[in-house]
Design a binder for this molecule. Structure first.
Ligand SMILES: [Zn+2]
Length: 79
């Protein structure tokens, strides 16, 4: 008989930020991770392509710093 060893939960080591853009054709929310450049998105539902408005890279850095790159979000005693 084998015993099942409980696993220790793993905390996040890093984080990325997902933004959602509404497809102009079908309105599906198309996810983009850290969209800091003006590029063209492709809707995974209807296949439409459309340009997106990028987000500010410094705003993303601010959020990462505030959350300890994800660690503070999972640990109430982080600091
Ligand atoms: Zn679409």
């Amino acid at each position: 008989m084998t015993s099942i060893k409980p696993q220790t939960p793993v905390a996040p080591e890093a984080m990325e930020i997902v933004f959602f853009y509404a497809c102009p054709k079908c309105k599906r929310h198309v996810p983009r991770v850290n969209p800091i450049e003006a590029t063209v998105a492709v809707c995974d539902s209807c296949g439409a392509t459309f340009p997106i408005v990028p987000v500010d890279e410094y705003d993303l850095q601010y959020i990462r710093i505030m959350l300890g790159n994800g660690k503070a979000a999972a640990d109430p005693d982080f600091l």
